[in-house]
Write a protein that binds this ligand. Sequence first.
Ligand code: GRF
Length: 211
Amino acid sequence: MGARVLKIAVFASGRGSNYEAIQKQIDTGQINGQTVCVISDRAKPTVFEKAAARNIPTHSINRKQFKTGDDYVEHLLKILAGYETDLIVLAGYLKLIPAPVVKAYYHRMINIHPALLPNFGGKGYYGMNVHRAVVEAGVNATGITIHFVDEHYDNGNVILQKEVKVEPDDTPEMVSEKVLKLEHKYYPEVVKLLCDNKIKIKNNKVVVENE
Ligand code: GRF
């Protein structure tokens, strides 16, 4: 009997190139998972078109649509539970996930950050801001960090980091391009490992089992 297929909810705010990279491997069966829905804080992000093209349900959920924070959290949790979500994948999601949702999916929610955390992370460090800061700082390397999500921005147990060189003449756009290549290669890989139950938490540390 094959292993159970993990049900994945993706949260994204923008173009969704990471979502696309992951979804492609789900479509071909390389990742033993199923995207149950794509959730965004925006009304019509580009990522919704990518999901809709595959008949994957999309939900636009924003704190502003609700009277209270509790109503917002309750709605989010209801949607996620309705799909029997096993894993939440944040792929360019710009809002902080409310603490009760983090708690409900503790060590079952991952994020990708386009720099080597703890450097160039935290509030305000998103998109091109990150790569501009990297170039301005004159560092000779940057990269990606894939980590479990806790209640702070860009915090939580690190699953994987990969480095790429920054050349003296690199522009933020050039850095972004290099980093994005790493993202598209390694984010699907980590999702695959999670779906294969190869990433464990032992003594609050991430252990990746490679055969
Ligand atoms: C990526 O750079 C990711 O690291 C960050 O947001 C960006 C999203 O890009 N969290 P995309 O929407 O996946 O193309």
